[in-house]
Design a protein around this ligand. Structure first.
Ligand SMILES: [Fe+2]
Length: 250
């Protein structure tokens, strides 16, 4: 799949409360979302089935930094299971037919998650994670993104240090995120346990790293800090992050 497509897919997963007014981009995003999460009619019953989207690049495209073996397990087994289990959980319930973002927000239930929350959030988080990376990624951001990083973290080096620390110190399974906080128009770092994500905090997610062991154990065993360093140096798609920021601040 072409890089341009991966960016539009990225935007399709942004929380709706991250949008500020209609725009051409938004129309593109919403139509993509509709296509991705299209309802399927079957034998008189209308059910909304979420479909596991393929990664935006071939599964060996991140070698040698993320092995195809890791990718095949992570996407093909773990991500697939979250989507399949979510479909089973919402089938015939009042959540059937809602967007993935709405299901996440509803089932978060103000911090007392309902049964479908973990699968819904993990389905979203993983798609967002694949789209946070690209072959030949890494390097440094530029433009407005770099300006905001410098403004809100002091420097790019400080940001990297703090992002790595957040990812390394998330106890057990979880995620580290760069997010945009709409109410004070600032970038912020968030680390979340298990399936939680910035949507439930009212923030717009810009970048994430999965720090569940299944994300790195085959390649790095227990060396989570090495996985985090490689992610930042070789895998991050700053184009995706900039595109998400542009949507968040539009
Ligand atoms: Fe994962």
């Amino acid at each position: 799949m072409a890089a341009a497509n991966s960016l539009s897919l990225t935007s399709a997963f942004l929380p709706r409360h991250g949008f500020h007014g209609p725009s051409h981009n938004q129309n593109v995003q919403l139509s993509t979302q509709k296509k991705q999460f299209a309802r399927k009619a079957g034998s008189g019953t209308i059910t909304a089935k979420f479909e596991l989207q393929p990664p935006p690049y071939p599964m060996d495209a991140l070698e040698p930094h993320m092995s195809s073996r890791t990718f095949e397990f992570h996407w093909g087994k773990h991500h697939r299971a979250y989507v399949d289990n979510l479909n089973k959980q919402i089938d015939g319930t009042e959540l059937d037919g809602k967007t993935l973002e709405d299901i996440i927000l509803i089932t978060y239930n103000k911090g007392s998650p309902l049964p479908a929350f973990n699968n819904a959030a993990q389905a979203w988080n993983h798609q967002f994670f694949w789209e946070s990376m690209k072959p030949n990624g890494g390097g440094e951001p530029s433009g407005e993104l770099l300006e905001l990083i410098n403004r809100d973290f002091g420097s790019y080096d400080t940001f990297v240090k703090e992002f790595k620390a957040a990812a390394a110190t998330q106890f057990g399974s979880g995620w580290a995120w760069l997010a945009y906080k709409p109410e004070d128009k600032k970038l912020t770092l968030v680390k979340t346990p298990n399936a939680e994500n910035p949507l439930v905090l009212g923030y717009t997610a810009l970048l994430t790293i999965d720090v569940w062991e299944h994300a790195y154990y085959l390649d790095f065993q227990n060396r989570r800090p090495d996985y985090i360093s490689i992610f930042m140096e070789k895998l991050v798609s700053w184009e995706a992050v900039s595109s998400r920021l542009k949507t968040a601040t539009a």
